[in-house]
Design a protein around this ligand. Structure first.
Ligand code: NAP
Ligand code: F7E
Length: 323
């Protein structure tokens, strides 16, 4: 049987690594696009070495993308690469806009130039809802991004739709709400907390210093969410979907679940706050409505927040213990 071929950009990231696991399980030949760095970080993908093929490319370099397509001849391209840290997009707005906005255009142009039929998935985000205009947020909710990241992703979202309508390309956008896992980067609030709680549990750290504790997020589990990406690409018609749990929790509530996991109910003495982790403009509340995904894709989240927090902390304790 001929194997389907998938090219994943952002292979070293959280979602890229989980999607590669899923596609390998489904019998795909998987290609992972990696950008050149002085010290490669393959922490999330060590287990994939020998199972997938790595190719070099960068979303800020047009020709490198075309070369990746020619080399890998994919049936499906999942564009997961991005400067994905909202906070950093305030510090390097131009670089974030280039990669997260124009990078998408470059990949779409590369696919047009390549000329063979390719199904394209774009990693859109709930950050496009920003200062939310209704709750819960769904596919038809008006966008109001609140960061250079959100604005750039909105460009990526619209250019993907525009190329679908202009050139009849199979392009779909997953508007994914926050999702986390054991492989989440440690600068994001969930992993910063689970790693910090694990360190406190092991006596390696006294305090976790955070920014705004009142922001609310709709947090799901990344392995559940990569399944939704794949389902979108398997449809006969391309479309855009919100992927979320429908539940929202504050950072304080995330702290409650996390400390409870190691038997602490009053965490006040273990958590500090510092202005330096606050953002110039904040997204206060996100809660998604993914009923379209349930209806058309049969997708729904499987993992509760409590379960996910437990998995993340247990993994952090194990990893720190091994070190
Ligand atoms: P992540 O862990 O930060 O991974 C981002 C990946 O993009 C990394 O592999 C990174 O490579 C790569 N990358 C960065 N700049 C690049 C460039 N110029 N060219 C090529 N690759 C580049 O992000 P994630 O959480 O897995 O998210 C995956 C995608 O979904 C991103 O597009 C993100 O914006 C979007 N998204 C995420 C969430 C979420 O909650 N996780 C929600 C909605 C949408 P290096 O290792 O070299 O840095
Ligand atoms: O912040 C607050 C912070 O950086 C969540 C990305 O994957 O999801 C992610 O973006 C909230 C914010 O994720 C700290 O102010 C408080 O309100 O974990 P985060 P994010 O900004 O929601 C979306 C959907 C994406 O698309 C992005 O790529 O937590 N917060 N104290 C903090 N945040 C961080 N990082 N660090 C703190 O100390």
């Amino acid at each position: 049987m001929i194997k389907k071929r998938a090219l994943i950009t952002g292979i070293t990231g959280m979602d890229g690594s989980h999607l590669a696991d899923l596609l390998l399980e489904k019998g795909y030949e998987v290609f992972g696009m990696e950008r050149r760095t002085s010290t490669p970080n393959r922490t999330n993908i060590e287990h994939l070495e020998g199972k997938i093929t790595f190719v070099n490319g960068d979303l800020s370099d047009q020709m490198s993308l075309l070369r990746c397509l020619k080399k890998t001849k994919p049936d499906e391209v999942y564009n997961l690469a991005a400067q994905s840290f909202v906070y950093a997009s305030f510090i390097t707005p131009e670089q974030s806009s280039d990669v997260d906005g124009l990078g998408v255009l470059r990949m779409l142009e590369a696919i047009r130039e390549y000329g063979k039929p390719v199904k394209f998935y774009q990693a859109s985000t709930s950050e496009m809802f920003g200062k939310v205009q209704e709750t819960p947020q769904k596919e038809t909710t008006t966008f109001y991004p609140r960061s250079p990241y959100g604005v750039a992703k909105l460009y990526g979202h619209w250019i993907t739709k525009n190329y679908r309508e202009s050139y009849g390309m199979f392009n779909c956008c997953g508007i994914l709400f926050n999702h986390e896992s054991e492989r989440r980067g440690v600068e994001f609030v969930t992993r910063k907390i689970t790693d910090g709680v694990a360190r406190i549990h092991l006596g390696l750290q006294d305090k976790i210093v955070l920014g705004n504790l009142d922001a609310k997020r709709d947090w799901g589990y990344a392995p559940d969410y990569v399944e939704a990406m794949w389902l979108m690409v398997q449809q006969d018609e391309p479309d855009d979907y919100v992927i979320s749990t429908g539940k929202t929790y504050s950072i304080r509530e995330f702290l409650d679940y996390s400390f409870k996991h190691i038997g602490i109910t009053d965490w006040s003495k273990y958590v500090g706050q510092d202005e330096r982790y606050m953002r110039p403009s904040e997204v206060d509340l996100l809660r998604g409505d993914s009923s379209k995904a349930l209806k058309n894709l049969g997708w729904k989240p499987k993992t509760s927040l409590e379960e996910m927090v437990g998995k993340m902390i247990d993994n952090d304790i194990k990893q720190l213990g091994e070190k």
